[in-house]
Write a protein that binds this ligand. Structure first.
Ligand code: NAD
Ligand code: IPM
Ligand code: MG
Length: 366
């Protein structure tokens, strides 16, 4: 199968981790006879520097002409003083809005070999397998009015019933395929938007009698994610709560660099990117963890292209490499071997190309 993928590497470690994801998907292509055509586009600070806008028209066109989008990360101190319409982050938000990527999936898994690196006790982090279903094109990020002057600042948290229903329904559908539990997170003791959110959750839940659900307030959810993360299956929440809670949850698996994501439109078209940002503190050193981006590639294979076997192969290769004790710098101190971004990527590539090993492991995950 031939697939065209728009690659928006962006800023900081964005280039390093998208290079890793492409190398791994190319290895998948060699092993399973697929061809991935990489179409590169500018986004974020890189686009500001080269084209004067955080999301040039040409980038949007390249994405429209592709089967999926692979994104690295955008932003950095160089552009932090830019006016709001020209910030790198605005480019990413416009991209999400333009393609109506309203459902953002952020799975979090505890990998056995990395447990020792989590600040949580091993017995707390062990066995965690949860997924955030974050609303991505509404809420505080897009509500109007939004401005500040010398005297006041306004952001608007706006949700339409249909926007809530779309993401909540997705979460229940997903829970049906998993452990059949939805935790809906809001702030209904204070916010009107959360009260509507709860009403919609009640209505949608009625269509899923076999899925257990609960309403939780965001503040105590932040606590429970740390005290009993294994109690969660699917967590559905609005845009900003999902942004914050998913970074918090990354400590469960030991590094923000491990988390992948998929941002989906109703017809299945999607953007795949690691959850982390451009990490200016480690950019350009070849030490960033590429696994979040590589696992985003696996999500792309499964969700965008229906290539489950291939996605399983990538996920199995990642597991094997971790089980062999390889990881990146943020895991130093737990034993094993610290590798650079490119060396760790090579290990994953080797496992995908080594059919014998991979087929054996694959069968364990099918
Ligand atoms: N989707 C995106 O493109 C995205 C997401 C988050 C933040 N950002 C932007 O990134 C910039 C930096 O933000 P920040 O520093 O708050 O968040 P960040 O996610 O870039 O970094 C937070 C911390 O995690 C570490 N980290 C992140 N990714 C890592 C990886 N793959 N391997 C190892 N360590 C990793 C960083 O070194 C840093 O210490 C800002 O401009 C922000 O707006 C972009
Ligand atoms: C960079 C920023 C706009 C973005 C967000 O807040 O959604 C990021 O933090 C993320 O999690 O993808
Ligand atoms: Mg974030």
């Amino acid at each position: 199968m031939k697939k065209r993928v728009a690659v928006l590497a962006g800023d900081g470690i964005g280039k390093e981790v998208t290079n890793a994801a492409m190398a791994v998907l190319d290895a998948v292509g060699r092993r399973f006879q697929h061809e991935f055509e990489w179409v590169h586009g500018l986004l974020g600070g890189d686009a500001l520097d080269q084209a004067g806008h955080p999301i040039p028209e040409e980038t949007v066109k390249k994405c429209e002409e592709s089967d999926a989008i692979l994104l690295g990360a955008i932003g950095g101190p160089k552009w932090d003083h830019y006016p709001k319409e020209l910030r790198p982050e605005k480019g990413l938000l416009q991209l999400r809005k333009h393609f109506e990527l309203s459902v953002n999936l952020r799975p979090v898994q505890a990998y056995k070999t990395l447990l020792a690196s989590s600040p949580l006790k091993e017995e707390v982090a062990e066995g965690v397998d949860l997924v955030f279903v974050r609303e991505l094109t509404g809420g505080l990020y897009f509500g109007e009015p939004s401005y500040h002057n010398d005297e006041e600042a306004v952001d608007t948290l706006h949700y339409k019933r249909e926007e809530i229903e779309r993401v909540v329904r997705f979460a229940f559908e997903m829970a049906k395929q998993r452990r059949k539990k939805v935790s809906s997170v809001d702030k209904a003791n204070v916010l009107e938007s959360s009260r509507l959110w709860r009403e919609v959750v009640e209505e949608v839940a009625a269509d899923f009698p076999d899925v257990e659900y609960e309403h939780m307030l965001v503040d105590s959810t932040a606590m429970k994610l740390i005290t009993s993360p294994a109690s969660f299956d699917v967590i559905v929440t609005e845009n900003m709560f999902g942004d914050i809670l998913s970074d918090e949850a990354s400590v469960i698996c030991g590094s923000l660099g491990m988390l992948p994501s998929a941002s989906l439109r109703a017809d299945g078209f999607g953007l795949y990117e690691p959850v982390h940002g451009s990490a200016p503190d480690i950019a350009g050193q070849n030490i960033a963890n590429p696994l979040g981006a590589i696992l985003s590639g696996a999500m792309m294979l499964r969700t965008a292209f229906g290539m489950s076997k291939e996605a399983n192969a990538v996920e199995a290769a990642v597991r094997t490499v971790l089980e062999e004790g390889y990881s990146t710098a943020e895991f130093k101190g737990i034993g094993g071997t610290v590798l650079s971004t490119t060396e760790l990527t090579e290990k994953v590539v080797d496992h995908i190309e080594n059919e014998q090993v991979s087929d054996h492991i694959l069968s364990a995950y099918e």
